[in-house]
Design a protein around this ligand. Structure first.
Ligand code: PMP
Length: 438
């Protein structure tokens, strides 16, 4: 399929975001570390698509698995049938999961995974005869997708203020970013673990018997790459244990190797009660998400009060055969190419390369953790009649680099197959763009 000459008329019916509308650009194909424009220009992928293509693009093994599955079983209703790929991938994910998290609910996205996890938490307490535990606690600058549950617990005020009352009884812990204390951190910042104690304050305010769950990202990704400070997640775990509050890690970004371990929970040595995942589960190839839980929580959710009813939960496409097959193939690649270990081994090289940009103009802060980096730029609304990020976006386009900019933060998260040479190339392009817009 090729684009007609009148590009704008062609794409107008497609709801595109403002970045695309400002600079419409088409992409024709992708392979490994690169996207290719219809004219054949190679664009280096510094974002793994949208934090998801961890194995790189268009891996033959995944394509073959999807094709083979489609030729065999195109669709299977989860309410009536099981199928081999579904069982196999659930077991694989359970094996990778920390502690006793060994049951998986599949869905189709990170947003659905979050909403499912919140429902599971509320149902769990109902089944325990503690139906008063309805409060949910998120975090400022938390991002948990765009569903009603996710925007309620999410910490981006403008994402929720237009949508009515949303979920009732939601509190937000403070975010943990403090430039004065943590600037230019590598890995987890030393400062900030004490902010977990804010949970004690919320408990004191509302009483633990009203609180169902706390949901946090081990590293806030979409709101600027903010890794949990050293000891923060352990402290949250302790306080949750003290009051019997469920702890949910939203690992939609951090799952499947981004921080050098299968799940960030492993890196931090903290076992949550639930983990949400999506994106990297199948390297971004077919929409898929899920929630990992332990047996007791699973059973409570599925059975409902007094084992009387079977809860009506599940999506038409939960555990879709093509998604499961693509995930199995992606997990094979992760295992065979040791990509999680590779991300861990590359972390110092990555940190050196990205922190090497610290003396460039307008750089306020740089953070790196795992194979993730963030560069905060001074906002200069005057320079181009636009905020820094719009000029940067144009610069990345001109330098054939695909990267994500949110606010005045550049977020970098390459596929885990990136080589040391490509890390150098990426840092070089980044430096050129930052210098060009200075
Ligand atoms: N949770 C987190 C932590 C995310 O980063 C995202 C997406 N960036 C989501 C949930 C939502 O995922 P999706 O876009 O697949 O709905």
């Amino acid at each position: 399929l090729s684009a007609p000459n009148d590009l704008e008329a062609w794409w107008l019916p497609f709801t595109a975001n403002r970045s695309f509308k400002a600079r419409p650009r088409m992409i024709a194909r992708a392979k490994d570390m690169h996207y290719y424009t219809p004219e054949g220009r190679a664009v280096l992928d510094g974002a793994a698509g949208l934090w998801c293509c961890n194995a790189g693009h268009n891996r033959d093994e995944i394509t073959a698995a999807i094709q083979a599955q489609a030729a065999e079983l195109d669709y299977s209703p989860a309410f009536q049938f099981g199928h081999a790929a579904g069982f196999a991938i659930a077991s694989r994910i359970a094996q990778l999961a920390p502690g006793d998290l060994d049951h998986v609910f599949f869905c189709n996205s990170g947003s659905e995974a979050v909403d499912t996890a919140l429902k599971i938490a509320l149902a769990y307490w109902n089944v325990q005869g503690q139906g008063s535990r309805t409060r949910l606690i998120g975090r400022e600058r938390g991002y948990h997708g765009v569903g009603f549950g996710g925007i309620s617990v999410g910490g981006i005020v403008k994402n929720r203020q237009f949508f009515g009352s949303l979920l009732a009884g939601v509190d937000h812990l403070p975010h943990t970013y403090n430039r004065a204390e943590q600037a230019f951190s590598r890995g987890e910042p030393e400062w900030g673990a004490h902010l977990a104690d804010e949970l004690e304050r919320i408990v004191a305010l509302h009483d633990a018997s009203t609180i169902a769950a706390v949901i946090v990202e081990p590293m806030a990704g979409s709101t600027g790459v903010i890794p949990a400070p050293k000891g923060y997640l352990q402290r949250l775990r302790q306080i949750c244990d003290k009051y019997g509050i469920l702890l949910i890690f939203d690992e939609v970004i951090t799952g499947f190797g981004r921080l050098g371990t299968a799940f960030a929970a492993e890196r931090y040595g903290v076992i949550p009660d639930m983990i949400t995942f999506a994106k990297g589960v199948n390297s971004g190839t077919v929409p898929m998400g899920g929630v990992l839980v332990r047996k007791g929580i699973h059973d409570a959710f599925m059975k409902g009060p007094d084992n009387m009813i079977e809860l009506f939960h599940g999506y038409t496409y939960s555990g879709h055969p093509l998604a499961c097959a693509s995930a199995l193939a992606a997990q094979d690649i992760y295992r065979d190419e040791k990509l999680f270990e590779r991300a861990k081994a590359l972390e110092p090289v990555w940190a050196d390369a990205i922190h090497g940009l610290k003396d460039l103009p307008n750089v306020l802060d740089i953070r790196t953790v795992g194979l993730v980096g963030a560069i905060d730029l001074a906002s200069r609304p005057d320079a181009f009649g636009a905020r820094a990020f719009e000029a940067m976006d144009r610069g990345f386009h001109d330098h054939d680099l695909m990267i994500r900019i949110t606010g005045d933060t550049i977020a970098i998260s390459p596929p885990l197959i990136i080589t040391e040479v490509q890390i150098g190339e990426l840092a070089d392009k980044l430096g050129k763009v930052i210098r060009a817009v200075a």
